[in-house]
Design a protein around this ligand. Structure first.
Ligand code: CBF
Length: 826
């Protein structure tokens, strides 16, 4: 985006442009320390220094930010709006320094002030506004949109409490409140003047207006106000600085004066408290039913505010309502914002007075839907009574959309009523529920999955009837991750080597890493490669020690599985293998096995008992293995608590082996797999999600593949799977299960892990036992490859070299070309 010198006062522009060197940074940090933190250096706390630096960096984004926003006000600019209930943006300071290109200057400035930049950055609270993959993906996409200079706004919820913090007590997960805003958030600008009202409850009333037009009015039982809280999103070394706009809920009136005047103080503030509850807390994603009413209210709240904001921007641009879909395209990040279909229709019909046909055309052209999961329990549905009570008018609109849509289905497939009921937006099979994935699909011009295999399965299973009806609307966009955060920022040692080897251009064009291939067999280069990995492993070892008290040896193979804890991700398969190794080593202490350090990390949804039990099992195994002198120098097991973006920065660069071992067909894509690959980590994995493409890119010989394919999984489950057969056929597996069931890993308490073992031996819904033998055989191949450092290092280099496809820049270009009709705007 070119700077327009007339758009800002020349003085302000000048000041900001001249502020990127270390002297002016130093001057501003000192100034901010006094003027914003009210401290002198002698009494400043480390956190004061962090705040002073963060404000100084934010100031340097402001001119770009204001100019970017202003340039989007031009009439011919099309804007992509990314609607997501989660944005797991992670710490901001380091990323902004990298993207502004001032990390070295900031380091120098802080050093001159007697401060260590890394220590200062470590103090930043992480905004945990997401559960995992989907929320972090949204954040990567914002980074790429800004870097590619594409006009975009991220819209979401400004949760006061993000994802819970995970503590481990006596081996169990304990959830603690995430008070990320407690010490203030220097990156956020609250805009009380950008606020919208959102209706809830009540009833509707139909009337004919003065011109004889039929209109529906929603007489709401209550209203909540959404206030914009903006965060700048600076692109990498470009002038574009986009906006992440998160909505905070507030009461329309802080006090009910009628109550207050009669002395009912608590009654007077009640509405305020209820309204503010809406954006209070992020829901853990794989939670069961409870608390759902508030979640639906959250979804509607942020979607309504965002669409109203888009309408206001349209007006500001001087564009008529008919041009809405020419100016905006809104990507629905999973079904969480899918109520947008009904809400946009409501705004166009009830507020703007359009006719149904025109409103529907605009809605479909403006919306696009990304599906992120095929797991039936994760496909959102809402019971009708709940929905009607909260959103009576949107429900009427959904009924009408459904009526018209099913007419179309009946016309195409006369007499096929079973198809009609399969495709309906309302599931009539039990208590009647709205199928949000169907609503999103029907209301969008494009629907995509997030990896090639996932998109195929989406078309063949969950949305099969829709793909038959509208094949042209279905796409695949394989996920990607930002190399700025997940390579340049978190692995500075490797980044420097990459700069020297292929030139700095790789950060904005990751395909340039292909240039590394020529060095893969070069012994001196391999040595440098290994030295960097070893330094990263030493750093992680320190973090592990301070977080868990466990001392790990950086010379061991670091075998890492970090992700949400879920049965389909099969952390328990990994755990079973560790138990088998432990038994082998106990039996045969001289066994030739490379020393391994197994590291796990990830949160379990608070209501997901089996996932919590898996965490307890891993910690139990860790306790026994790490305290057994016979295992010293052979085996270590660590559960790294509270895995989040911040700790991920230390973990990805230090890994040797990345565990991507989900049941084939269950992981939509995975993105941790890509972050590991970029950092030269080899994958052991199934043919699931993006693993398939990672293997294609890396080359089959540079990937450790095992396990059933998606079609085998489906067939086995259809024909009747008997996990007990695998136990009978495999003594090592049987013994491992027996040892777990005996309580060996829980100080002799035999009852605790029994449900886990029974679940596996009787049902094993995710086929861990069916894949066990092949997994163990594959791990033996890993062991052999590790024993040969030259081979291993070559494979590692080639993984990084061939990771170009997995940059979020590629993914965003594909969204721009195929779905949004949006090109970079220089
Ligand atoms: O597409 C991003 C990620 O989304 C999930 O985390 C999700 O929440 N549905 C999937 O589970 C991942 O496979 C996927 O990479």
């Amino acid at each position: 985006m070119a700077t327009n010198p007339t758009t800002l006062a020349p003085r302000a522009a000048e000041a900001s442009r001249h502020g990127l060197d270390s002297e002016s940074l130093q001057r501003d940090v000192l100034e901010n320390l006094v003027s914003l933190q009210a401290r002198y250096p002698a009494i400043a706390t480390p956190h004061d220094w962090y705040m002073a630096l963060a404000y100084s960096v934010r100031d340097r984004l402001l001119v770009r930010w204001v100019e970017t926003v202003q340039s989007y006000a031009a009439r011919d600019v099309r804007i992509a709006c990314y609607l997501s209930a989660e944005f797991l943006i992670g710490p901001q300071l380091g990323n902004n320094l990298v993207n502004l290109g001032i990390e070295a200057d900031a380091r120098e400035a802080m050093l001159a002030l007697g401060q260590d930049l890394d220590a200062v950055m470590a103090l930043e609270e992480e905004p945990g506004l997401g559960n995992g993959g989907l929320g972090r993906l949204a954040a990567c996409y914002l980074d790429s949109l800004a870097t590619l200079e594409m006009p975009a706004i991220g819209y979401g919820i400004r949760y006061e409490f993000g994802i819970f913090r995970q503590a481990i007590r006596d081996g169990w997960q304990v959830e603690e409140t995430d008070k990320w805003l407690q010490k203030g958030n220097p990156w956020e600008i609250v805009r009380p003047e950008v606020a919208y009202y959102v209706n809830f409850g009540g009833h509707t009333h139909s009337e004919t207006d003065a011109e004889g037009r039929f209109r529906v009015r929603w007489i709401a039982a209550n209203q909540v106000k959404g206030v914009a809280c903006d965060t700048p999103v600076q692109g990498y070394r470009v002038e574009t600085c986009n906006t992440l706009r998160l909505w905070r809920s507030e009461a329309v009136e802080s006090f009910d004066l009628a109550d207050f005047n009669v002395g009912d103080y608590y009654g007077a503030v009640e509405q305020k408290v209820v309204s503010e509850t809406l954006s209070k807390v992020l829901y853990p994603n794989d939670e069961p039913e409870m608390g759902k009413r508030l979640r639906l209210a959250q979804q509607y709240f942020f979607v309504s505010c965002s669409l109203q904001d888009m309408l206001r921007l349209l007006q500001q641009k001087g564009e008529p309502i008919e041009r809405f879909a020419d100016v905006f395209v809104a990507q629905l990040n999973d079904t969480h914002p899918s109520i947008a279909v009904a809400e946009l229709m409501r705004l166009l019909l009830d507020e703007c007075g359009l006719q149904w046909g025109q409103a529907w055309d605009i809605t479909q052209r403006a919306l696009a839907y990304t599906n992120h999961t095929l797991l039936p329990e994760a496909l959102e549905t809402w019971g009708l009574p709940l929905f009607r009570g909260l959103l009576p008018r949107p429900l009427e609109i959904i009924y009408e959309i459904n009526r018209r849509f099913l007419d179309e289905v009946r016309q195409r497939h006369p007499g096929d009523e079973s198809r009609v009921s399969r495709m309906s937006l309302i599931d009539e099979s039990g208590d009647r529920r709205i199928r949000m994935a169907h609503l999103a699909t029907v209301g969008s011009h494009a629907i995509n999955g997030v990896a090639a295999l996932h998109s195929t399965l989406l078309r063949e299973t969950v949305l099969r009837d829709f793909a038959e009806l509208w094949p042209e609307r279905f796409h695949n966009v394989t996920n990607g991750v930002t190399p700025r955060r997940f390579l340049a920022l978190c692995n500075p040692g490797l980044a420097r080597l990459l700069d020297q080897t292929v030139g700095e251009g790789w950060i904005a064009d990751l395909t340039r890493l292909r240039g590394l291939e020529a060095h893969a067999d070069d012994e001196a280069f391999q040595q440098r490669w290994r030295a960097i990995k070893n330094a990263n492993k030493e750093a992680l070892a320190k973090h592990i020690h301070s977080a868990t008290g466990v001392a790990v040896d950086p010379r061991a193979l670091f075998d890492i599985q970090v992700k949400r804890i879920h049965e389909y991700k099969r952390q328990h398969l990994n755990a079973l293998y560790i138990v088998a190794l432990y038994q082998r080593l106990r039996r045969e202490p001289q066994l030739a096995l490379a020393p391994r350090c197994f590291v796990f990390g990830g949160k379990a949804a608070p209501g997901y008992a089996m996932a919590k039990l898996i965490i307890r099992l891993i910690n139990g195994i860790a306790e026994v293995v790490n305290n057994d002198p016979a295992m010293e120098g052979r085996l270590k097991v660590v559960f790294f608590p509270n895995f989040n973006v911040k700790s991920a920065h230390h973990i990805y660069p230090a890994a040797d082996l990345s565990e991507q071992i989900s049941t084939a067909g269950k992981e939509a894509s995975g993105t941790g797999n890509m972050k590991f690959m970029m950092n030269g980590v080899l994958t052991i994995g199934t043919l699931d999600g993006a693993n398939v493409e990672i293997r294609e890119e890396a080359g089959a010989e540079n990937f450790f593949l095992f396990g059933l394919h998606a079609q085998d999984v489906e067939r086995l489950q259809r024909e009747g799977y008997r996990p007990a057969d695998h136990v009978t056929a495999n003594d090592e597996l049987r013994e491992a299960l027996e040892l777990i069931a005996s309580g060996h890993f829980l100080r002799g308490q035999s009852d605790v892990f029994r449900p886990l073992v029974e679940n596996l031996t009787q049902w094993d819904h995710f086929l861990a036992l069916a894949d066990y033998a092949d997994y163990v055989a594959c791990q033996a191949r890993v062991d052999a490859a590790w024993q040969d450092p030259a081979t291993w290092t070559r494979m590692s280099i080639l993984n990084t070299a061939r990771s170009g496809k997995f940059s979020s820049d590629r993914a965003i270009r594909e969204y721009g070309d195929r779905i949004w009709g949006l090109a970079p705007m220089k």
